[in-house]
Design a protein around this ligand. Structure first.
Ligand SMILES: CC(C)(COP(=O)(O)OP(=O)(O)OC[C@H]1O[C@@H](n2cnc3c(N)ncnc32)[C@H](O)[C@@H]1OP(=O)(O)O)[C@@H](O)C(=O)NCCC(=O)NCCS
Length: 207
């Protein structure tokens, strides 16, 4: 393990990620890269370069992508992995993780989140504040589960999907890749095609 951490993205989500890294107390230093030159420090931590500079830090730093947008996060993380970067998993000390849970690299588990037993969370995911995943869920890569979302047991969420704040997904539901669920949506049937879904229960409003 390297003793320095570099977070790409110093705005809202990046700051929340840095806060978790500080609380984990695993790294001697935590810094940011950000493409906005106006941001020179964030959460009291220095911004030491731009995202395009990242390759020069790969030898000395563990690197984490602190960008909320699933597509951007995926692009950056895949580039890092292709270049041999060491990417940690970040878990807030006040998250609850059950037995036989697997969490892959580049995923952040925020404060108050709960993952019940036998659930798999892929790479580059965000399990945001106070969200819960019950038993036997499968969360594919680069998914964002927003704050306060609750997934019942045996839910599958496809690659790149975004479950909006406060949504609820009933048990044994499959959500297709690249879906967006609007804030407060309730999913009670499989979503078998990509699209934006809103409401209670959700209906598809965009492809
Ligand atoms: C679903 C969402 C992504 C749609 O955004 P969009 O593609 O810009 O769509 P629009 O705002 O044009 O909305 C499309 C329609 O769905 C409705 N709609 C949008 N979000 C809705 C929601 N959460 N619940 C119910 N209806 C909603 C709009 O009123 C609109 O209806 P209309 O066509 O009858 O006027 C967005 O509204 C949303 O809910 N985002 C989640 C935000 C979130 O979770 N943030 C937390 C980040 S940590």
């Amino acid at each position: 393990m390297k003793n320095k951490l570099l977070i790409i993205g110093a705005s809202g989500h990046g700051k929340a990620v840095a806060d978790i890294a500080l609380k984990m107390d695993k790294w001697q230093s935590v810094n940011f890269l950000d493409d906005n030159e106006a941001i020179t420090f964030s959460l009291g931590l220095n911004v030491i370069g731009k995202s395009t500079d990242v390759i020069e830090y790969i030898e000395d730093y563990e690197i984490f992508v602190g960008i909320g947008n699933n597509t951007v996060r995926k692009k950056l993380q895949e580039n890092l992995l292709a270049n041999g970067a060491s990417i940690p998993v970040l878990i807030h000390p006040n998250a609850v993780i059950g037995e036989q849970v697997e969490i892959e690299v580049g995923t952040v588990i925020m404060a108050g989140a709960v993952i019940n037993c036998c659930t798999i969370v892929g790479q580059g995911c965000i399990l945001n504040t106070g969200a819960t995943l019950d038993h036997d869920n499968l969360i594919e890569d680069f998914v964002h589960i927003s704050p306060g979302v609750h997934l019942a047991g045996t839910v599958k969420v496809g690659h790149g999907s975004w479950i909006g704040i406060g949504s609820i997904v009933s048990n044994n539901i499959n959500i297709h890749s690249e879906c967006k669920i609007g804030a407060g949506g309730v999913v009670v049937k499989d979503l078998s095609e990509t699209g934006t879904y809103v409401g209670v229960p959700v209906r598809r409003v965009r492809e």
